[in-house]
Ligand binder design. Structure first.
Ligand code: C2E
Ligand code: CA
Ligand code: CA
Length: 743
């Protein structure tokens, strides 16, 4: 069978050619039965000839003896007459004897000779040639010559009375010579031999033919049927075709052979089935993510290539969104990898539901997903999708009685503007996503030409961040917090600044997310905490007012979850001799809500050191009241974005009011940040907000400036504050009003 697959690269074509060739039964070029027939007939002819030849040889020997005897007796019969003729020199009698001998048709010569060799009489005869002469000559020779002595036996009696006393003497007169042609004499032998030979040959041929039919019947026919049966088996798809055992062959070698082959087929089928399953499995593994069953990076590239082709055809642009979760490691660390996996599974389901059937979702690995959004035109539509995705991802996951909240960063690229092939598009989309992550996460970025450059900058910043503490490039500024009821500064928020040797001042909004990404925030956070405590110690040493100051320090989620804050704070409080309540840790609502249970644990631990805890950026992190109630909090800081629009957006005004009421109901102090205008301050005061922080009062100040401001404004010590009987500021630390606390 020709290997069609090697000549044809089209698998479909191969299949048809294969199956076609499989069904065409081709007669074998040489038949086993023919060869057996030839062998059998040759052997039997050879044996036939050998046996007949031997028989003929024996027969020839016997015929020759018979011929000798025959002529001996013929000659014997005429010896007396011949002896008499030569004795009497009677030619007539001699001729009569010779004629008598010539009666025999095989005699070609006969003569009666004197003992000296002179013929008394002789006769020749030309005999006709026979067909068997060559064979006869071969066996008996060309001619057979018999010489018979013509003699007279004479008895001389030595004693007349005794007959036994006699002497015998022989007198030779001559010879009688007869030559015969054996081919005439042995005609019957030749006939017999021919018959023998022919009979042997016919017998051999009959044997041969009988064998041929036997082989044909016993071997060739069943084998041909088996071969036809075998031809139905497609080697590329060896579905099991059981070979039939020809009737009567159930227990012989053919039957056994077929049973073995069938067993082999069954094994091949089983192996083939297993191989198909394994191949399908490998194919699936190489294209799909094990956990979520979503297409993996490999398949995504294929889908992207298809989408690019379709997009070119229809002239319709599409978008590729890369999505990475922010600090997903924390989930694995604070809960378990099992929980992490569950979240990824639920997230995949959520994303699938959100994007619908038109878009294609894939998992790029780890906490990274990608989706292809076809037929996209205006960026607004993409922004809408991105926001919807961010919202969906940010909704809490309830797993094993835990509520876990995560956020993500999205990188968005559009075909054909942001990359002309799948690889470039994906790479750009991943880069821009990294940039979105570096911006602080929970946001999206569109690709633009400068992304590469910005990413390089970020990488450079990331590198220099690790040396920022060591190189003393950090500095703290302090933004006063004003008690609205008295308009007095009652505390400050410490805000870090980075003086980059080449780039100058870098905002914390730019470098804190990068530091959180590469964990250098722990080192930076430690420095900030110590620096804040040291500054407070300094203020206290120069101004008694500072005794009642609180100093708020921002603590990042990474710091909260990955460093031993309790130990550090206990040490700092002792080292700088500050009242624990004077230190306020500001933790963003998102950091708390991402891992509520562990946050409750950690915050409770921190609370035991005596420090105050404030929830920062409140209103942005989808807090639920039930969780807020469980937290050991002291203060709530309303996010600046709500305060910003308070006068133009009634929604925001309502939210701010609600937060203040909620905070008070839980006995927390409420701080409004980002207050820039008098109107805002008034509104906040009307709502009962306790403390305000913002440019309306002060911008962040250097430590010495702050001291000057405090002195210049001759702010009355809070202890002079006269409170009405019913005027309480919930959550505000008692010592702020407690005269006994002031030295
Ligand atoms: P944040 O904790 O919400 O801090 C308030 C931010 O609002 C500060 O920005 C402050 O300068 C700014 N701000 C204050 N009043 C106003 C105002 O009236 N209008 C406007 N538009 N902005 C105002 P800054 O200093 O750039 O800090 C940005 C963010 O960086 C902070 O937001 C905080 O999340 C983070 N950050 C600053 N210092 C640290 C730190 O030491 N550790 C950590 N983990 N994060 C820090
Ligand atoms: Ca803050
Ligand atoms: Ca804030």
């Amino acid at each position: 069978m020709t290997d069609s697959s090697s000549q044809n690269n089209n698998p479909k074509a191969n299949k048809t050619t294969d199956s076609k060739s499989n069904r065409q039964y081709r007669k074998p070029r040489s038949k086993l039965s023919n060869r057996l027939f030839l062998a059998a007939i040759s052997v039997s002819v050879f044996i036939g000839i050998l046996l007949s030849g031997t028989q003929i040889l024996f027969d020839a020997k016997a015929s020759r003896q018979e011929l000798n005897q025959q002529f001996q007796s013929i000659l014997g019969m005429v010896t007396d007459s011949a002896t008499q003729a030569i004795y009497q020199l009677d030619k007539t009698m001699a001729s009569q004897v010779i004629d008598g001998l010539f009666e025999n048709p095989s005699v070609s010569y006969a003569g009666i000779m004197h003992y000296d060799g002179i013929a008394l009489t002789e006769r020749h005869r030309q005999l006709p040639r026979t067909a068997y002469e060559p064979i006869s000559q071969l066996i008996f020779g060309e001619a057979l010559t018999y010489t018979f002595p013509l003699q007279h036996k004479q008895i001389t009696y030595l004693d007349a009375k005794d007959s036994k006393a006699a002497k015998e003497s022989i007198e030779l007169y001559g010879h009688m010579i007869v030559t015969i042609n054996p081919s005439l004499a042995t005609e019957s032998f030749i006939n017999r031999a021919s018959f023998l030979l022919l009979g042997g040959l016919v017998q051999s041929v009959c044997y041969g033919l009988a064998l041929y039919f036997l082989f044909q019947f016993l071997i060739t026919r069943p084998m041909t049927r088996i071969i036809k049966n075998l031809e139905d088996v497609n080697p590329n798809q060896p579905t099991f075709v059981a070979l039939n055992i020809p009737k009567g062959h159930e227990d012989d070698e053919i039957g056994t052979w077929i049973k073995k082959v069938n067993g082999l087929f069954e094994a091949v089928k089983k192996y083939y089935g297993e191989r198909l399953i394994a191949e399908a499995h490998v194919e699936h593994l190489s294209n799909y993510d094990l956990l979520t069953e979503l297409p993996n990076r490999r398949l995504l590239i294929k889908h992207l290539e298809q989408t690019i082709a379709e997009s070119n055809e229809k002239d319709q642009p599409f978008a590729l969104l890369c999505c990475a979760l922010d600090d997903f490691n924390a989930v694995n660390l604070l809960h378990s990898y099992h929980t992490g996996d569950k979240i990824l599974l639920m997230l995949a389901e959520r994303l699938r539901e959100t994007i619908g059937n038109k878009s294609q979702l894939a998992r790029l690995g780890g906490d990274m997903f990608a989706l292809i959004v076809p037929n996209i035109t205006p960026n607004n539509e993409l922004k809408e999708i991105a926001n919807k995705l961010l919202e969906t991802i940010h909704l809490p996951f309830n797993i094993d009685q835990h509520s876990i909240q995560i956020s993500a960063s999205l990188g968005i690229t559009c075909y054909p503007d942001d990359g002309i092939n799948a690889e470039t598009l994906l790479k750009n989309s991943e880069n821009v996503m990294q940039l979105a992550k570096a911006q602080g996460g929970h946001g999206y970025e569109f690709y633009e030409q400068s992304v590469g450059e910005r990413l390089r900058d970020t990488k450079l910043l990331e590198k220099s961040l690790s040396l920022v503490v060591q190189n003393e490039e950090l500095q703290l500024e302090f933004q006063p917090q004003v008690l609205l009821a008295t308009q007095q500064i009652i505390g400050v928020e410490a805000l870090v600044r980075w003086h980059h040797p080449k780039r100058g001042l870098i905002s914390p909004s730019e470098f804190i997310p990068i530091a959180e990404n590469n964990q250098t925030i722990i080192k930076i956070g430690d420095w900030v905490l110590e620096q804040a405590c040291r500054t407070l110690e300094f203020w206290k040493s120069v101004s008694p007012t500072a005794e009642n100051f609180t100093i708020s320090v921002n603590v990042s989620a990474v710091q909260l979850h990955y460093s031993d804050l309790v130990k550090r704070i206990t040490y700092l409080i002792q080292r700088y001799k500050i009242n624990p309540w004077q230190l306020v840790l500001e933790i963003t609502e998102t950091a708390v809500m991402s891992n509520v249970d562990s946050a409750i644990d950690i915050l409770s631990g921190l609370k035991e050191t005596g420090v105050q805890i404030a929830i920062d950026d409140f209103g942005t992190g989808h807090s639920s009241l039930s969780y807020i109630k469980q937290m050991p909090l002291d203060k709530i800081k309303i996010d600046g974005s709500f305060v910003h629009d308070i006068m133009n957006d009634t929604n925001n005004a309502t939210i701010v009011n609600a937060i203040i009421q909620l905070g008070h109901s839980l006995n927390y102090t409420v701080i409004a940040e980002g207050t820039e205008t008098q109107a805002q301050v008034e509104y906040l005061s009307d709502c009962g907000c306790d403390i305000a922080q913002g440019y309306y009062f002060y911008k962040p100040l250097k430590a010495t400036e702050l001291l000057r401001v405090v002195k210049q404004q001759s702010i009355k010590p809070v202890t002079n504050l006269v409170l009405d009987e019913d005027m309480t500021i919930p959550g505000l630390h008692r010592s702020v009003f407690d005269i006994s606390n002031v030295n």
